[in-house]
Design a protein around this ligand. Structure first.
Ligand code: CMP
Length: 139
């Protein structure tokens, strides 16, 4: 079914001017960018967005990293978009990512791993609503 997922191009990737190369990966895989904006997350936004990880040892570093520079938040649409995007991104740790994936080609480390993508359709809906109004999405 046609589905939407939420994506973030992270500060390590915007710093290296990789937005276009990463977007090309999405588009070549058949995903359509139906909303997109560049912003600099506040500490509060990053803490809330990653709230599920609050008890993890990497939480403070994660929040510091995600607020270290601009990000591009986006909504990707396509057939099975959540799972498709996770294939295109590759494993969280670039050391474990398949050849041709975004993280294999571009990620610097498990933290500076260039992209975030929703892990379920339910979380996609929550994450999209956190950054976008319904009227921002143009399919
Ligand atoms: P992301 O999909 O954005 O969701 C949580 C992020 O935490 C994850 O990608 C990683 O970039 C980051 N992270 C940092 N350290 C770790 C770790 N040890 N295990 C899992 N995720 C980590």
């Amino acid at each position: 079914a046609t589905e939407r997922t939420f994506s973030i191009i992270k500060p390590d990737a915007t710093r290296r001017n990789l937005t276009g190369k990463i977007n090309a990966k999405f588009e070549e895989a058949g995903l359509r960018i139906v909303a997109q904006k560049r912003l600099w997350m506040t500490r509060e936004q990053a803490e809330t967005f990653y709230g599920v990880h609050r008890e993890r040892g990497f939480f403070n570093d994660l929040v510091a990293f995600m607020t270290s520079g601009p990000v591009v938040v986006q909504v990707l649409e396509g057939e099975n978009a959540v799972a498709r995007n996770r294939e295109i991104m590759g494993a969280t740790n670039p050391a474990n990512a398949e050849p041709g994936t975004i993280r294999k080609e571009f990620a610097e480390s498990i933290e500076a791993n260039s992209v975030h993508g929703s892990d379920s359709p339910e979380n996609a809906a929550t994450e999209i609503a956190y950054f976008f109004a319904g009227t921002d999405l143009v399919g």
